[in-house]
Design a protein around this ligand. Sequence first.
Ligand SMILES: CC(=O)SCCNC(=O)CCNC(=O)[C@H](O)C(C)(C)COP(=O)(O)OP(=O)(O)OC[C@H]1O[C@@H](n2cnc3c(N)ncnc32)[C@H](O)[C@@H]1OP(=O)(O)O
Ligand SMILES: Nc1ncnc2c1ncn2[C@@H]1O[C@H](COP(=O)(O)OP(=O)(O)OP(=O)(O)O)[C@@H](O)[C@H]1O
Length: 745
Amino acid sequence: MDIARSLRAEARRANERRLLVLAGDPDRTRERAATALDLADVPSAETTVVGPEPFLDCEHHEQSRAEELLGRTRTAVVLDAHEELRPDAVGRTVGAVDGGGLYVLLAPSLETWPEERDGFDASLAVPPFSVEDVSGHFRRRFVETLRAHRGIAIVDVDTGTVEQDGLTDPPPSRPVPSPTPPTDAWFRSETYAQCLTDDQRDAVQAFESLQTAGEAVVVEADRGRGKSSAAGLAAGNLAAADRDVLVTGPQYRSAAEVFVRAAHLLEAFGVDFTRDRSSDPQRLDVAGAGCVRYAPPDEAALLPDGPDVVIVDEAAALPVRRLEQFLDAPAVAFTTTVHGYEGAGRGFSVRFRDRLAESDLAVTDVSMTTPIRYSDADPVEVWAFRALLLDARPPVDQLIEDATPETVEYRQLSAADLLADTHLLREVFGLLVLAHYRTEPSDLARLLDAPNLTVRALTHEGHVVAVALLAQEGGLLASTRATMYEGGRVRGNMLPDVLSTQLRDEAAGVPVGQRVLRIATNAAVRSRGLGSKLLSEIRAEFADHVDWVGVSYGATPELVRFWADNGYNTVHLATSRNATSGEYSVVMLDPCSDDGAALAARHREWFQDRIAAVLSDPLDDCDPDVVRAVLRATDGERPVSLSEWEWRLVAGVPGGASVLDTNPKPFRDLTRRHLSHPADATALSPREERLLVRKVLQAHPWSTVTEELAFVSERECMRTLGGIVERLTRLYGDPWVQEELDRHL
Ligand SMILES: CC(=O)SCCNC(=O)CCNC(=O)[C@H](O)C(C)(C)COP(=O)(O)OP(=O)(O)OC[C@H]1O[C@@H](n2cnc3c(N)ncnc32)[C@H](O)[C@@H]1OP(=O)(O)O
Ligand SMILES: Nc1ncnc2c1ncn2[C@@H]1O[C@H](COP(=O)(O)OP(=O)(O)OP(=O)(O)O)[C@@H](O)[C@H]1O
C-alpha cells in the first residue's frame, strides 16, 4: 500500500485531494483502507467512515446520514459502497475532504460493479417493476469517470494490482498572496487581515451593509470557498459593534465554522468575550456589547429576543417557507451552496429569489469562486462535478433564442441516447437542476436507471429547450393496492398513493398513468407555448397506452393556470404544505380512457364536496389566488343545492335582514359553485373573489380581511360582500329566491 503514502504526500505537497479506490472483496477492502490510512499518516480523529459498519476506530455515519459532513473539514473520508452507492452520499461527503487529504472509496470489483444491483438500486424498483428491471448506467458511467480522471488511484485488492496510481506529479502549492484590505471599511482592519482570498474579502465587505436595518446579503459559492468563515468574520465584528447576531442553519455542526471564526477574530480584537461551549446552542457574548448566538431554523424563524442581524447558513437546504420567515428580520444574510451536496443550490434561486426581490430589503449579491479548503486545480473536485453532473447547465441562450413551437423537435430520450451524447445529458440535467427547487445527484441515477421513468424533450437545432420527466404509476396488483390502502409503504406511485391512502379509494391504483414528475422550459424561451407543446406531444404519445396523465406540484396561481390550460383538472389540494416548496401541493388529472375518466370524475366530486370545509380549517392560510385558480381548474359542474331555508338566509344578507355567521354553509356552497364554474366569469372582480375566499371559505375575521384587501372600513368590506351575495343570488337562485331578495332591498 505504498500507493497510499505517495498519494498523500502528493496531495499535501499540492494542497489537493486524492481519491483512492479499493475494489474487491468487502472485508479485504476494509482491511486495506485501515492500512492505507495508517501508512498515509491520517489520524483516526480526522477520519470519517461513511457506510454500514464502523470498521475503523473513528467517526462513523450511515450513507443515509451523510449530511453530517456538510460544512465540515476532514483529512480523510472513507465511503464504503459495498452494500450500496448513494449518489447523494458521494456529493455530500467528497466536499468535506481537506486539501492534502484522501477520499477513499470501497467498492466491489469495478468489472462487475455496474452489473450488480445494490441497496440504492432496490430503491429505484418502483412497483410494478422489480429490481431486475433497474439498469446500471449510472454506475457504469461512474466507473468510467473513475478511470478517466486524474488524481484517482485504483487498486484491485483481490489481485493486489494497482490499476492506476493516481499520481499527477503536480507543482508544489504556492502560498496564495493575502488579499489587500479594502480602503474604506467599516469592519475593523484585523478582519480583513484574516481573509484568505480576494473573494472572501469581498464577501466580508458585503456583510458590512448588515449594520443597518433593511439590508440583505446573499452569498453563493461552491463548497469550501469559505462562506461560513466569511459570515463568522462579519458576525464577530457586528457583535463587537453591539449587534445581536442570530445564526441559524440546518445543523449546528455546519454552522459551527461561523463561531470558530468569530471567536478567533474577537481574540484578535483583544475584546473581552465569553464563549459558552457547554451549552448547545452555542453563543458568544462580547462584554458590554453584542453577541453571536445559534438557534435551529424553526426556533430562529420566530426571531427570538429580537436579533439585529440573522445569518442563515446553508440556506438552500431549508424550505422556501422557512426562508421567507427570515425576511422579517431587520437585516439578514443567506449563504448558500451553488453546486454540491444538495445538487442544486441553484434551486434556491427558483422560488426564493422572487420572494426576496419582492421584499422591502435591499439585496447585495456576492459569489465566491476560489476554493479555500484545497487548491483550485484540485482533481477530485473536477471528478465529482463530472461524475455527478453537478455543473450541468442548459444550453446558452444564443443557441436556442429562436425556438418556437414550430421549430422544435419532440424527442423520446432513452438512457442510451443520453449516455451516447454527453452534451444532451448535460443540457437535460442542467435544465432540471436550474428550474427545480431540489435536484440531487440521485436524480441523475434515477433518470438513467429507474425503470418507471421516461425523459421527453423538445430540441431546437439539437439543443434542449424544454424537458419533462415522467413516472409510470398505477397498474398495481390487488395485493399492492391493499398494502397501500391499509397504510403500508409502496415505492413511487405518488398519485395512486394519495388517492387510495388519503382519499380512501382502493381502486385508484388500477388504472395506469404517466405522472409528470418535472417539467421545465429554458428561462430564455418561456411563455412561447413550448411547455404546452411538450405536454400536448406527451399526451398524444401516451393517450392510447395509459388511462391518465397527471401531476402534483406546489401550487402557485400561475402554475395552476399553466396546467389547467393544458387540460389538467384539480382532484385534490393537500392539507399540509410541501416541505420543500413551502406551497400546498395540488393533484391534477387529465384522463385518457374511460377508466381514467371514471377515476377523475369520482375524485372531482369528492373534492368539490369537501373543499369548502377544508378551506375553513387546515387550508385557511392558503393564498386566495391559489384557491381561486385551483377551484377554477375543477372540471364538471356540481350544482348548488340549497334548502329553501338556506336560500332565504342567503337572500336576506344583501338587504341586511340576515347575517352570514348564522350559517356559513350555504354561502360556501354558492362560492364554491361560482369560483369553479361561474355562470358569468365577469360577474366578480378578482378582489371580490378574494374577499369570498378569505371571508366565506376561509372564515377570516372581518378586521383582517378589511386590512388585507385594503377596504377603508369593516363596514365597506361587509357592504361589498353583501353586493357580491346579491349578484350570486341573481345568478344561481330560482325566481322565488330573487323575489325574496327584492323584499329586503
Ligand atoms: C410537476 C412540475 O414540474 S410543476 C413545476 C413546473 N416547472 C417550473 O416551475 C419550472 C420553471 N418554469 C418553467 O420551466 C416554465 O414556466 C413552465 C414549464 C412552467 C411553463 O413553460 P412555458 O414554455 O413557459 O409554457 P407555455 O409558454 O406553454 O405557457 C406559459 C404559461 O404558463 C403560465 N405560467 C406558468 N408558470 C409561470 C410563471 N412562473 N410565471 C408566469 N407565468 C407562468 C402562464 O399562464 C403562461 O402564460 P403567459 O405566458 O401567456 O402568461
Ligand atoms: N479566513 C479564514 N481563516 C482561517 N481558516 C479559514 C478561513 N476561511 C476559511 N477557512 C477554513 O477553510 C475551510 C472552509 O471554510 P468554510 O467552512 O467557511 O467554507 P464553506 O464555503 O462554508 O464550506 P462548506 O460549503 O463546505 O460549508 C474551513 O476549514 C475553514 O476553517
